[in-house]
Design a protein around this ligand. Structure first.
Ligand code: FES
Length: 382
């Protein structure tokens, strides 16, 4: 048997280990006998800056286009709205026919002015129609947030930036263009803003005023259904993107799903690495869906409910209408909060943000899923 020698360091370690118990007892005996704090100062501060729910007053409503309005929200019990970064959104809770609906809206005001948030809403589904038709100045709303990651970071992003907006996708960029953090940290920003016609360009006056005062800001408007000499015509396509120049630029993309897919594909074709691309999607009901009626069966824990649903409404909207428990957050298919398993039935869904493994297991995001037959889903409780 070979002789086994223990070195000096190992001896010291063994000694330390031997004394560990005694030392621990000594430390415990000397420790404070006060109860542990249940509320830490940092948590109190975090709650003040980011309260769970905020009551706000609609102080002003501005009609931006025929089907879009801006709502100015002022704090009721706080001195100021919680700080946020340009590109973040809030979730608005509205009660319609005694049912609570939650919808996210990007903040379109400046993060430098926290006396109010401005959200800008295009009439689209149940909630936005209610907001545009029923909400008046002086009304009180409950909101959550701000949340989101569609923000500029001077550490991660490039100093030259391209913002691509379609329709109401302009809202987060309005906040970018009024953010001193953003404007201070970039060398240049080009906004490509596409809409059907001139009347659908939201914030045009505001954008032009910002561009005329800041040489870093360049703007190009593109109309897809109106030919005019003072605007570009068509869609934001490969030729226009090449002309702008994409090299070493961070590209932020905000608009409806078809635009997102089209431009993402074009950027792929142009070999733009994903690390330079960030996006925010604004969902719209697919055009070819009718109002055929089906049933939706939802299994959650040991409960099963069956409710009506219709082809041109998301499963989440049907659940909200039926006052069923819903797990929703972003409502645009990105966060995965509503992730559910499709047990049977045919659906039209956007699965671009579903993990590969989830796709194989038939998981869907009901907030962007429309029924094409009777459907059964199972909602896993987190
Ligand atoms: S609520 Fe975010 S994916 Fe459905």
């Amino acid at each position: 048997m070979s002789e086994f020698k223990i070195g000096w360091n190992a001896k010291m370690d063994m000694l330390k280990f031997k004394n560990l118990g005694e030392e621990r007892e000594k430390i415990i005996a000397e420790g404070s006998s006060k109860d542990l704090e249940t509320i830490y100062k940092s948590n109190t501060l975090a709650n003040l800056l980011h309260p769970k729910g905020i009551k706000v007053k609609v102080s002003k409503i501005v009609k931006e286009t025929d089907n879009t309005k801006s709502f100015y929200l002022e704090p009721m019990s706080l001195n100021a709205m919680p700080p946020f970064m340009a590109g973040e959104y809030i979730t608005v809770l509205v009660k319609i026919d005694n049912r609570i609906y939650k919808r996210p809206y990007s903040i379109s005001s400046s993060p430098d002015n926290l006396s109010y948030y401005r959200i800008t809403i295009k009439q689209e589904g149940v909630v936005s129609t209610y907001m545009l038709k029923e909400i008046a100045e002086g009304d009180i709303l409950n909101i959550l947030g701000p949340f989101g990651h569609f923000t500029y970071s001077k550490i991660r992003d490039q100093k030259d930036v391209l913002l691509i907006a379609g329709g109401s996708g302009i809202t987060p960029f309005m906040s970018y263009l009024q953010s001193s953090y953003f404007l201070k940290n970039i060398n240049s920003v080009t906004l490509l803003y596409g809409a059907k016609n001139e009347f659908e360009l939201i914030f045009k006056k505001e954008i032009d005023a910002i561009a005329s005062q800041n040489p870093k800001v360049k703007v190009a408007y593109i109309l897809s259904e109106e030919k005019r000499s003072d605007y570009e015509y068509g869609f934001i396509d490969e030729e226009k993107l090449r002309r702008i120049g994409l090299e070493n630029k961070s590209i932020f993309l905000s608009g409806p799903v078809p635009m997102y897919f089209y431009i993402s594909e074009t950027l792929k074709k142009l070999d733009i690495p994903n690390k330079y691309i960030r996006h925010e999607i604004f969902t719209e009901t697919p055009e070819n869906l009718e109002n055929k009626q089906f049933t939706l069966t939802v299994k959650m824990l040991d409960k099963t409910i069956t409710i009506p649903c219709q082809e041109n409404e998301t499963l989440i909207t049907s659940m909200e209408k039926a006052r069923a428990k819903t797990l929703v957050h972003c409502t645009v298919g990105i966060c995965g909060f509503c992730r559910s398993k499709l047990l049977s039935g045919e659906v039209k869904t956007d699965n671009s943000h579903i993990r590969m493994a989830d796709k194989e297991e038939n998981y869907i995001h009901p907030c962007v899923t429309y029924p094409l037959s009777d459907v059964v889903i199972e909602v896993p409780i987190k």
